[in-house]
Design a protein around this ligand. Structure first.
Ligand code: GPQ
Length: 842
């Protein structure tokens, strides 16, 4: 408040308000100005990197002005805000997105062209912001886009990793991980050196009793690390609203202690302290759907959660409301269990620092938080050893024990006959060593828990969280089916299709904000001109991918072939191994044909992409097999164009934007009941591709929306998985004959040393085939044959594609965010035209 300019001087400020460029001429002027001043270069020294930098800075100026206004407006309105806490934000590139969301891409295109550059080349200079592993992190990024586009007063909170997900190189068919240093030049972040929070670790707890007998805990000693805020503007689409993503970076807290060390000549250990502090936000853990229980990861979680809560509480306190109104002002969404310590931290702030009674504090906590679960896989459910929590966060462990005590007392009162219930639902698992079950803590501390697709939400209610439904009642557990932002995943990735759709569904500014308007294109499904244009758009997108494949792998593929795509993190449950086994089967079949027969086959390009966690041995073996099959098949003169197998290195968001629009069929083939939702399935269909998939995750709802005649479903159902697994382990386990043939060929050494792939084969043959590859293989092959037959009838195929796109409106992340807002957060949008707040408030 002291920094606020006094009333009499404000006129000078208002008169001189900053404004970004308007129109092409001003855009060019701003680009040149940034080249010549900010970058200290000239037209004799301006490469694409510099042009990217200057263009970004010109757009950034525009963004920042609306961003400031949005923040002022939200401060002035002082209405309820949403805070989305996520350890991952897989943002991808920002410039193209900013151009399109602000609605100035055409201006940039013609302006850059006059300055001697092509907008596409400039956009490609940007390094992806890859602060996430896969679906969970990308979902958070789509949510930020929707929250801003729908004008919700919302903040994202995350960590500013110095290294995002590693860059994948394929060397001799093996994955090699290379560090992703992305911060060299990042115009999209604003360091806030004045917004810092000192975060405490370790130490011990002392209790004092005052005159009235009230006991207060004091967490003392230990070490302190400083969190520094870095803010990233998030532009809404076709609205001035620009929200904030706040990422925390760790640095050494400047304390007496370090200073003395430094002065006394002990530089080394002083520098060491600094490096240790910076380690906290140094690197994203590269595991997807897996918990590894590492101390540094727990440190990351508390560091981020404590800094974020401090910030949220500080903002709340400015309005001088009583504490009981906290949940009327604040909704905090926990993206998976990674931020669950926030529940404990808020309880600690309220009882230890603010002096509230336990029960009053706990009510506030429960009303504030809600938790999204993203998996039922047991190896992904977070647990922390009691010893580790005790050591790092001694006061938090006490509070966790108290939360558990009061919770178990309540359970005992309500279910006195079920003694086993207590150990089943205890937040502390009485194992050796004892563990804190983070999902249980998240459930107990939240007012709503949601799954991310209908099947998944049903599964969590009936399996992993069954007892909690009994205890808290069914209303606490809801479904919010995931969604994707059509701005990035249609308009930005597929401008050709977007403008074709606009010719029928109206202005993009309308249908991209109400995706159900896509249904208008169904009226044109039989319009020959529309169908022809549709086919041309797909072919052009396939050509774009074919060019990319040529330039990165040297392999020539025909855009007339059927493009079959599976791009996602490599995981046994996602079953890329089944896909590659199917490819081998196809190869064998082609080999057995006469050259005349082979000429009649529909050519297919099998495209894979995805990273394996560095320590995931089986996933790496799968990557190796795909590449080995590729080098045999692609160089087999008998095969020619009939089959190509491509592994695209370093799959990430910006590559997805090229790959997804080019797909004819994409594979979403997880063992039923294992993929919570999937979100790329939605992206592929929205881009005019069809799906081959299992009855899993959001595939089921996609089928409901688009019609079962428009999707290729196969395989066993979730309800049968347990029995099949039991049979595979204890009963007689017959391998599917086609799969057996494939295994024999692998073991004959056709694709290189058979030993290299032994793990994948024996997982199915000898170790119970946990992911039911053999059980689903026959049905998979049959369905792939059906895909071939269907594709041969191009007229029917195009009808399926158009109809499917027309019916995909449900899967917009706008729908999804509106559901969270109504059912879980109880927040309302803040329209940008109500008050721009300039001169008011902060
Ligand atoms: N998901 Cl638990 C991840 O990407 N990483 C994870 O660690 C966990 C889940 C995914 C999940 O596998 C997909 O099915 C979902 O569509 C996605 O989260 C978003 O909900």
């Amino acid at each position: 408040v002291e920094a606020s300019i006094p009333e009499p001087q404000r006129e000078a400020w208002l008169k001189n308000q900053a404004s970004g460029f308007k129109g092409k001429d001003q855009f060019e002027k701003e680009v040149v100005r940034h080249v010549e001043t900010t970058l200290a270069r000239s037209m004799f020294n301006c490469d694409e990197t510099a042009a990217y930098a200057a263009t970004s800075l010109a757009f950034r100026d525009r963004l920042v002005i609306e961003w400031n206004r949005t923040q002022q407006r939200q401060t002035f309105a002082d209405s309820k805000r949403v805070y989305y806490l996520s350890l991952e934000f897989l943002m991808g590139r920002a410039l193209d997105n900013a151009m399109l969301n602000i609605g100035e891409k055409e201006v940039a295109k013609s302006g850059l062209s006059e300055l001697g550059f092509r907008v596409e080349d400039i956009i490609q200079q940007e390094h992806d912001a890859a602060l996430g592993n896969g679906g969970l992190g990308r979902l958070a990024a789509c949510f930020l886009d929707s929250l801003a586009s729908l004008n919700f007063p919302a903040w994202g909170y995350g960590l500013r990793y110095r290294y995002g997900i590693f860059k994948q190189e394929i060397i001799d068919g093996y994955q090699v991980e290379v560090p992703d240093y992305w911060l060299d030049f990042n115009p999209w972040e604003f360091p806030r050196h004045d917004v810092t929070v000192d975060i405490q670790f370790y130490g011990n707890v002392n209790k004092t009793t005052d005159d009235s007998g009230k006991v207060t805990a004091h967490w003392e000693g230990g070490e302190t690390v400083r969190a520094v805020a870095y803010d990233v503007p998030i532009p809404g689409y076709a609205t001035p609203s620009t929200n904030n993503l706040r990422l925390w970076s760790s640095q050494a807290a400047s304390g007496e202690f370090d200073f003395q060390k430094f002065n006394s000549g002990d530089y080394e250990s002083s520098v060491g302290d600094q490096q240790r502090a910076e380690t906290i936000s140094a690197v994203l853990y590269p595991n997807d759907n897996l918990d590894r229980g590492k101390e540094l990861r727990l440190k990351q979680q508390y560091f981020w959660v404590a800094a974020s809560l401090y910030d949220i509480v500080r903002r709340f306190k400015k309005s001088k409301r009583p504490w009981r109104e906290f949940p009327d002002q604040v909704a905090i969404q926990l993206n998976d269990t990674h931020p669950t310590l926030a529940i404990v931290e808020l309880q600690r702030i309220l009882i230890d620092l603010e002096g509230l009674d336990w029960d009053d504090a706990w009510n506030i906590v429960q009303q504030t938080f809600s938790y999204t679960n993203h998996t039922v896989l047991p190896e992904a459910l977070e647990k922390w050893s009691v010893g580790l929590v005790q050591h790092l966060l001694p006061r938090h462990l006490q509070i966790i024990y108290d939360i558990n005590l009061f919770f178990l007392q309540m359970v005992e009162r309500n279910f006195p006959k079920d003694r086993e219930m207590l150990s089943r639902v205890s937040i502390i698992e009485e194992s050796q060593p004892k563990m804190v079950r983070m999902a249980y803590l998240a459930i107990v501390g939240s007012h709503k828990v949601n799954g991310v697709a209908e099947l998944h939400s049903d599964l969590i209610r009936t399996t992993i969280f069954k007892d909690f439904v009994t205890i808290f009642g069914p209303d606490k557990f809801v479904n919010v089916t995931n969604g994707i932002t059509p701005r990035r995943w249609l308009h930005q990735a597929n401008p050709g299709l977007s403008s074709l759709i606009a010719s029928k569904a109206g202005d993009p500014e309308h249908y991209l904000k109400d995706l159900t308007l896509l249904n208008k294109i169904e009226l044109s499904v039989n319009d020959p001109a529309f169908r022809k244009a549709w086919a041309e758009v797909k072919l052009a997108n396939k050509q774009r991918l074919a060019d990319y494949i040529k330039s990165t792998t040297g392999i020539v593929v025909s855009p007339k072939a059927l493009f079959d795509v599976q791009v996602k993190r490599i995981h046994e449950y996602k079953r890329q191994q089944m896909n590659i086994f199917g490819v081998i089967f196809r190869y064998l079949k082609l080999k057995s044909m006469s050259p005349e027969e082979r000429k009649k086959v529909l050519p297919r390009v099998s495209i894979f992409g995805g990273k394996a966690a560095p320590g995931y041995w089986m996933a790496k073996q799968i990557i190796h097999l795909i590449n080995s099959v590729g080098s045999v098949v692609n160089n087999d003169p008998d095969i020619g164009d009939a089959l190509k197998v491509i592994f695209l290195e370093d799959y990430n968001v910006s590559k997805a934007e090229i790959i997804i629009p080019a797909s004819d069929i994409s594979e979403h083939i997880s063992t039923a009941g294992t993929e919570a939702s999937g979100t790329s399935n939605m992206k592929f269909v929205l881009n005019g591709g069809l799906i081959i998939g299992t009855c899993d995750g959001a595939n089921i709802e996609i089928t409901r929306e688009i019609g079962e005649e428009n999707i290729f479903l196969f395989g066993n159902l979730a309800e049968d998985v347990d029995d099949l697994r039991h049979k595979n382990t204890y009963g007689d386990h017959k391998i599917d004959p086609s799969l057996d043939k494939v295994f024999n060929v692998i073991q004959s050494g056709t694709f290189g040393n058979a030993q290299d792939f032994q793990g994948m084969v024996s997982a199915v043959r000898e170790h119970g085939d946990f992911y039911l590859v053999s059980d689903d293989f026959h049905s998979y092959l049959e369905t792939q044959e059906l895909v071939d037959k269907s594709y041969a009838d191009q007229e029917l195929w195009i009808t399926k594609c158009i109809t499917s796109v027309a019916r995909m409106g449900f899967f917009s992340s706008d729908r999804c965010i509106n559901e969270y807002a109504e059912e879980i957060w109880n927040v309302e949008p803040l329209q940008p035209d109500t008050n721009n707040g300039v001169g008011k408030g902060e």
